[in-house]
Design a protein around this ligand. Structure first.
Ligand code: SOE
Length: 386
């Protein structure tokens, strides 16, 4: 391995995202050997000592902490990665920025715009390296979509359409709150599908197609009361179980977005489609190595949707993996984000989406919820440069 500098990681949180990010840190140097930095799994932190020790043993962290403040105070850590439920993102990230350490934060950045603004301001003031894990941007087919849109191949864009459909909360007996189910507790999560799922769609959409300027939304909470796992009491459900919104983009195109956790049969169906005057593209997370492309300029006798298998060495990230024709998976998006973050340490560039970018996404999420609550169109106030 080339002589690399260490990037000493302190991870907060040992859930699903703690695992995806750690896998990214562990894999990156094997597949991106030319990077100048190498992540070192210095410490992992979580409140339950036995659980955090088990996580450290399984994944290879050198040490543990049970208080994130102790982790932030350590002088053998360069970067803190926040993988906790949403209600602690702001407090931890602001403390990390004040301590002058780099910060990587799981999406959504925060529960609401007020928190997101404080976080983006703290990062801006401290001038520390940062990124937010909107991982889907870094699936090769999605990155290829970005390259195609940026090349102008699609022509003037008229429509952007996205879905993120799941079905895991249909059972009315499922409690809200606590480990794993904090996503159903609005005090902890901030919102339901809007912050958890549509935030992904909005991040990708603005990255590909520019600012969303105004929105009109409808939300529904199908199960109004659920037992709270922490209090043991039946409590009102505050999250949106489903959300549909339409919007204008700054470039004049129209957007249509739908998300729900009540679409029986769908586990994580994230799809998007963009229609331009010349060509269209569409993508589906369940077939993540493929990008579909239709070009009206093709000779009419062979014109049709092409299903591009994005596995060739000249397609994004794929020269780092196997041989043409062999696909990669969900987890690779996190490896790619680590690689791009490490690269940004060498180049001095930012690693998008930054806290500032994720703050803009938060503005759209909040405008969506406001619009649904007031049954009216809302301006997002987004500032976004393509
Ligand atoms: C929710 O089920 C969830 O795990 C989201 O929190 C993730 O961000 C998404 O990528 C998959 O679904």
């Amino acid at each position: 391995m080339k002589n690399k500098k260490d990037l000493r990681i302190g991870l907060v949180g040992t859930g699903f995202m703690g695992r995806t990010h750690t896998n990214g840190y562990k894999r990156v140097s094997d597949f991106f050997p030319d990077l100048g930095y190498h992540p070192v799994l210095k410490a992992v932190c979580s409140r339950n000592k036995d659980k955090v020790q088990a996580f450290a043993d399984q994944w290879g962290y050198e040490s543990i902490e049970t208080d994130w403040k102790a982790l932030v105070a350590r002088n053998d850590i360069d970067a803190i990665d926040i993988c906790t439920p949403n209600d602690s993102h702001a407090e931890i990230a602001i403390a990390v920025a004040k301590a002058g350490k780099m910060v990587l934060c799981e999406k959504p950045l925060a529960r609401n715009v007020a928190e997101a603004k404080q976080m983006a301001d703290a990062i801006e003031k401290a001038k520390v390296k940062n990124t937010v894990w909107y991982n889907y941007r870094r699936l090769p087919a999605v990155t290829l979509a970005k390259q195609i849109v940026a090349s102008g191949k699609l022509g003037k864009i008229y429509h952007y359409r996205a879905n993120f459909l799941q079905d895991w909360t249909i059972n009315a007996e499922l409690p809200q709150g606590g480990a794993g189910l904090w996503r159903m507790d609005s005090d902890v999560a901030g919102s339901g599908v809007t912050g958890d799922l549509l935030a992904h769609c909005i991040d990708t959409a603005m990255w590909l197609n520019g600012a969303i300027t105004d929105v009109s939304a409808v939300t529904e909470t199908f199960v109004k009361e659920r037992m709270h796992a922490l209090t043991g009491k039946v409590q009102k459900v505050g999250i949106d179980d489903a959300c549909i919104f339409h919007c204008h983009f700054e470039n004049g195109s129209l957007g249509l977005f739908e998300s729900t956790r009540y679409a029986r049969g769908h586990k994580a169906l994230y799809t998007f489609e963009i229609n331009g005057a010349n060509a269209s593209i569409r993508w589906d997370l369940h077939d993540l190595n493929r990008l579909e492309y239709f070009d009206h300029r093709d000779e009419s006798i062979v014109r049709g949707w092409r299903s591009v298998h994005v596995t060739d060495g000249d397609q994004p990230y794929m020269d780092k993996w196997w041989v043409p024709g062999l696909g990669i998976g969900y987890e690779h998006s996190f490896v790619h984000q680590v690689a791009d973050f490490l690269k940004s340490l060498e180049t001095g560039e930012t690693c998008a989406p930054t806290f500032k970018d994720a703050y803009e996404t938060q503005k759209v999420c909040e405008a969506v919820i406001d619009s649904a609550n007031t049954k009216s169109w809302k301006d997002t106030g987004v500032e976004w440069k393509l």
